[in-house]
Design a protein around this ligand. Structure first.
Ligand code: SF4
Length: 250
């Protein structure tokens, strides 16, 4: 039973193009919730770490005509706004962050839009399995990151990722791994073995890191080698960079 809440700590709501993962190119309503429980070296959404005084809510799809609403935002008002934006031809509602599962009751409230035929897509760092368990019945697609120790100052999340993926298979999950200059062959091996153990049909997306702010690009030869390695264990392994940055989209 998901606890009831009336308010959400929100950063923004807007319509844009999914730039990462299996559904790249799809038009989505993005709901960015505030707060994150971990700290990745390559994070590009650090503005979502804190709860802003006012959240921004787009009025018309793609117009960037934001309405400012004081945080915390009433959940009923948030769900109404999402439904209004969604009407203009969207693939799904992407609940993102930060880490949205820090507010499982808000995720569940947005997930209730499934009853109106909306597809619900959750973008998560895959470290909060108990929270996922509370909301998985209201999620259609889980875009789950694996956080590799080399990108997390040595902190390991293998155990949390395995528990998380065991729950995520009740929806349609895929796993995304950011590859950087510091990624190791051992991390690729553990990633593929873990996914294979849960279900080798779960798609795996390798996302070469976007080399900005001093972050070094991954060696292209390594990417070829690691995809080949993973394809020997899993059925669907793709390499897709962050495309929204190339397109100048949010
Ligand atoms: S989980 Fe996402 S929002 Fe949190 S630090 Fe990592 S990249 Fe940033």
């Amino acid at each position: 039973m998901t606890p009831v809440t009336d308010t959400a700590c929100l950063v923004e709501v807007f319509s844009s193009i999914q730039g990462e993962g299996l559904y790249v190119g799809c038009r989505q309503v993005f709901v960015r919730l505030a707060g994150c429980n971990i700290s990745c070296q390559y994070c590009d959404t650090t503005e979502s770490f804190c709860v802003p005084e006012v959240a921004k809510i787009e009025q018309n799809s793609g117009k960037r005509d934001y309405l400012a609403i004081v945080n915390p935002v009433p959940v009923a008002c948030l769900v109404d706004h999402i439904a209004g934006l969604f009407r203009s031809q969207h693939h799904s509602v992407s609940i993102t962050g930060g880490e949205p599962l820090l507010q499982p009751e808000v995720v569940a409230a947005i997930g209730s839009l499934r009853e109106k035929g909306f597809l619900i897509y959750l973008e998560t760092n895959g470290t909060l399995p108990n929270a996922l368990d509370k909301v998985i019945g209201r999620i259609d697609i889980v875009s789950m990151d694996f956080k590799l120790p080399s990108a997390m100052n040595g902190i390991e999340y293998w155990q949390q990722h395995e528990q998380f993926l065991q729950i995520a298979v009740r929806s349609q999950p895929f796993v995304k791994v950011v590859l950087s200059d510091e990624t190791t062959a051992d991390e690729i091996m553990r990633t593929t073995e873990l996914i294979k153990k849960v279900n080798p049909a779960i798609p795996l997306i390798f996302q070469p890191v976007t080399p900005t702010n001093g972050v070094l690009a991954v060696n292209p030869q390594k990417v070829l080698l690691w995809q080949q390695f993973a394809l020997n264990r899993l059925r669907d392994v793709r390499v897709i960079p962050q495309t929204h940055k190339m397109m100048g989209q949010l």
